[in-house]
Design a protein around this ligand. Structure first.
Ligand code: TGC
Ligand code: FAD
Length: 392
């Protein structure tokens, strides 16, 4: 069992830009992570098992829907606080942040934003507490980066929609009580609906054999003539902007979160480099290792400032999806580079579970892929700055 020795790194005093409440919440989440998660996460990841029992705890610390209004069970907090919570969770493990991102941004957010008042009251408070667990089905076997091509359909039949098709690579699917699913209606328009476990013809097979995000569970959603009551359709959105709007919220959380993984790698590598002696000196005294560490903290600092600014824009309702894409892409890139460099600083010890670096490194290969691949976010920025669309 590993002792979590993490110490805070804030080279440019970004903390001065945070409120007292934001800092307090960060301390609370960090203390919870150190007590409840850090001691167990490596074992769960090694066994490729999701620590299901932590779902309730995540609900208790307010990790599910912190930016959803309190009247629906959310935290009623601002967007920077949301980002901070995601960062603290991902400092421990990207899969744990993923669990919270999906529940908050991809399940609660669409129900809050696009759902009826009845749907909000039925689902949100239970999801916020972690009594119900949700997943988000957009990606399909033939449509990943291009979700607009989806083949999953709904057909009206009396008081029901008949749902057919399949989603894949779905985080939380094997344990989810409900799934927010995106499907095309008879007019070819994309609609969102809430599918509940137990509905006939709905199954959630697990995807096995992942070398990444091993402490998070991933599966498929298979719909074989599933009768979904009409009241389960999300009435207030139509088209691809529905799921993409949810992604904007989740991508924002990842932009903060991935910096958490980077911080944990940097912190580990810095401590190790000061303690590990070769050629009669701590390796931190060698210029090559100092270059690595100095570049890491520089990139972390730039990313911290970028997401803080993005958070203030989001609080003012001014953050654009393209700004969010830039920050998600940047945080994933710097985090993955920092994980790779940190692993090298630890030499052979960099590959064992006694240190968190290899786990972060493997996790970040997913984080740089889901919620839009690295290429896709670059093309979104390219489209924005040139006005020319590379996709169509
Ligand atoms: P395009 O024509 O550009 O857009 C269609 C409509 O959507 C609007 N829109 C957005 N709205 C809100 N937020 C965004 N980020 C938006 N991006 C686009 C857009 O304005 C338009 O609206 P309207 O009113 O004109 O209809 O769509 P396109 O078909 O050309 O696709 C463009 C592209 C490539 C950018 C998009 O499809 C994309 O982002 N692809 C990547 C797919 C992706 O990110 N999948 C993620 C699946 S979920 C997941 O990975 C969860 S992992 C969770 C975890 O475990 O943490
Ligand atoms: P593809 O779209 O097939 O892309 C393959 C390669 O082609 C990539 O390098 C991509 O960048 C490149 N490419 C594609 N189009 C272009 C282009 N126009 N120009 C240049 N290059 C291009 N999805 C959900 O809906 N819900 C979830 O909860 C969820 N959780 C996930 C959990 C995990 C562990 C993983 C790995 C994925 C998850 N996903 C989820 C799916 C994820 O969003 C997709 O994997 C991702 O969007 C990429 O789709 P794809 O894997 O089909 O790759």
């Amino acid at each position: 069992m590993r002792t979590d020795q993490y110490q805070h790194h804030d080279y440019y005093l970004v903390d001065d830009l945070l409120t007292t409440e934001q800092k307090l919440i960060r301390e609370t989440v960090r203390a919870w992570v150190k007590k409840e998660l850090s001691p167990i996460i490596e074992d769960y990841a090694q066994r490729a098992e999701f620590p299901k029992h932590i779902v309730k705890g995540l609900g208790e610390i307010g990790a599910f829907g912190p930016n959803i209004p309190a009247e629906y069970g959310g935290g009623g907090l601002d967007e920077i606080t949301y980002g901070i919570i995601m960062q603290e969770l991902e400092r421990c493990d990207s899969g744990i942040r993923s669990t919270a991102s999906v529940q908050g941004s991809l399940v609660m957010y669409p129900i809050y934003k696009y759902g009826s008042e009845e749907q909000r009251k039925k689902y949100l408070p239970k999801l916020a507490k972690g009594e119900w667990f949700g997943c988000f089905g957009l990606t399909e076997p033939n449509h990943g980066s291009n979700p607009g091509g989806m083949e999953t359909t709904i057909k009206e039949e009396g008081d029901y929609y008949i749902l057919n098709g399949a989603k894949t690579w779905i985080s939380n699917a094997p344990y989810a009580d409900i799934a927010v699913v995106w499907a095309k209606n008879e007019a070819g328009k994309i609609k969102g609906l809430v599918v509940e476990r137990g509905m006939e013809g709905f199954t959630t097979p697990t995807i096995h054999g992942k070398w990444s995000l091993r402490a998070s569970t991933t599966g498929e959603l298979v719909f074989n003539n599933v009768k979904v009551p009409k009241e389960n359709i999300l009435p207030n959105v139509e088209g691809l902007k529905g799921p993409l709007g949810c992604l904007s919220s989740a991508r924002y959380g990842i932009a903060w979160g991935a910096i958490g993984a980077a911080l944990d790698c940097y912190d580990t590598a810095l401590r190790y480099a000061k303690e590990r002696v070769q050629f009669g000196k701590p390796i931190a005294q060698f210029q090559l290792q100092q270059k690595k560490l100095a570049e890491m903290i520089t990139e972390i600092t730039k990313a911290q400032l970028l997401v803080w600014r993005l958070g203030t824009l989001k609080n003012e309702g001014k953050a654009t999806p393209t700004q969010i894409s830039m920050a998600k892409r940047n945080s994933c890139e710097i985090a993955l580079n920092i994980a790779r460099e940190s692993r090298q600083i630890l030499g052979g010890m960099g590959i064992v579970g006694e240190y968190p670096i290899m786990r972060h490194l493997m996790n970040l290969e997913t984080v740089i892929t889901y919620e839009g691949t690295h290429d896709i976010h670059l093309l979104i920025t390219g489209h924005d700055v040139t006005g020319l669309n590379a996709f169509h």
